[in-house]
Design a protein around this ligand. Structure first.
Ligand SMILES: *Cc1c(COP(=O)(O)O)cnc(C)c1O
Length: 384
């Protein structure tokens, strides 16, 4: 099976991890901090907090942004469930804004319309989670202007988009958001096995992210509420969690980051070949805005002018030929858990149509030319 994405591990990664295993620190050592600094430098953010998954990063971001029971979080249906679940985890209410049929990202016109309606009903969101689908950044500057007008916070779910740029700005710089979250799951641009991070330029948010990722505890004297000279003193200020990243993961993160540019270039090279060679008339290739450099976490082809059945058969055909294609994503609002909350079909038609017409074909740095040509041939020669 050729996977749709997978990690690329070099000797430098293995050497680094080996060294950690022989060192004093497996957790709470110096490498997490080093990884955070490197990440911040690359994405041009003031602060980073590394944690044990992208999902954890989304959760503590909602906590840090002050999303409280009853508060509203919006995101898109065309995402992994975690982008929405983080709102429910803190007791919030979740609603969705549909995607644009070309970018597969949040449709900013629909967003504005929904905001105007929500304002009239006094139901504005406190947080909007934007998702850079497949590695293509959303129109973050447009959304930023809307956030100032309608007074909501922006949390970028950039799980797909480490190494991507929007209007020359690296994703993660938080120029047009409050917090950006990354995932380092093996299918993403870099991996730490399981892992994630949140970046921000806001010191207050940074301190909260840090505290929530570590049981709500602070060891910093300047924050203490109790006067003491005890050198062992620490204080719990929030109800936090243990979402800390291990030293092993941080080491992987450091060596993987050294290859980030290379990974993004290699993913773009795969995409370039697909753009050049995929000629089947029943598919549409991804549309990347001229303002974006995509990290190409996914390469999603859309089946056009065909039935859902055609899509299903084509999908099964590729799987049978040992191409581990996937559908990104089953719309979150159609998951049984969300249906229980009252969501149903036809609420977000673009996302629903997307789910029954798109297929993610393999794209990752170590994908071989031979494999690419096999995939291209299978698609170009397909006849139902
Ligand atoms: C992968 C992913 C996550 C979750 O990241 P984990 O590190 O697996 O917890 C969240 N949102 C999106 C869009 C993702 O693709």
């Amino acid at each position: 099976m050729i996977p749709y994405s997978t990690q690329t591990i070099f000797n430098s990664d293995i050497k680094g991890v080996n060294k950690v295993l022989k060192s004093k620190w497996l957790t709470q050592g110096p490498l997490v901090n080093k990884f955070e600094n490197r990440l911040s430098k690359i994405v041009k953010s003031k602060y980073s907090v590394a944690v044990n998954s992208g999902t954890s990063a989304l959760h503590i971001s909602c906590l840090a942004l002050g999303l409280k029971p009853g508060d509203i979080l919006w995101t898109v249906p065309n995402t992994f469930v975690a982008s929405a679940n983080c709102g429910l985890l803190v007791g919030g209410k979740v609603d969705f804004v549909d995607i644009n049929i070309n970018s597969f990202n949040i449709d900013t016109n629909l967003l504005e319309k929904k905001l105007i309606q929500a304002k009239e009903k006094n139901k504005l969101p406190k947080v909007l989670v934007t998702v850079h689908f497949g590695g293509q950044p959303t129109e973050q500057d447009v959304i930023w202007r809307l956030s100032k007008k309608f007074k909501f916070k922006i949390l970028e779910d950039a799980s797909h988009a480490l190494g991507a740029f929007y209007k020359k700005e690296p994703v993660g710089s938080c120029k047009w958001s409050d917090i950006t979250v990354f995932s380092f799951h093996p299918v993403k641009t870099i991996t730490t096995c399981e892992g994630g991070a949140a970046t921000t330029n806001n010191l207050e948010l940074y301190n909260k992210l840090r505290i929530f990722s570590n049981h709500g505890i602070t060891k910093k004297k300047q924050f203490f509420k109790i006067k003491t000279n005890n050198s062992w003193h620490y204080e719990q200020h929030e109800l936090g969690l243990n979402y800390r990243m291990s030293e092993i993961s941080a080491s992987l993160g450091i060596t993987q980051l050294q290859n980030l540019k290379r990974f993004v270039i290699l993913r773009n090279k795969v995409a370039k070949l697909y753009y050049k060679k995929l000629k089947a008339d029943f598919i549409q290739l991804p549309v990347i805005s001229k303002y974006c450099i995509s990290s190409f976490h996914l390469f999603v082809i859309k089946i056009i002018g065909q039935s859902e059945d055609y899509h299903r058969k084509f999908f099964n055909f590729l799987r049978k030929k040992k191409i581990n294609v996937n559908v990104h994503y089953i719309p979150v609002h159609l998951q049984p858990y969300y249906r229980k909350l009252g969501f149903k079909e036809n609420l977000f038609k673009n996302s629903e149509k997307h789910a029954t017409s798109s297929i993610s074909i393999p794209i990752f740095p170590s994908l071989k030319k031979k494999e690419m040509f096999k995939i291209i041939k299978l698609i170009n020669n397909y006849s139902n």
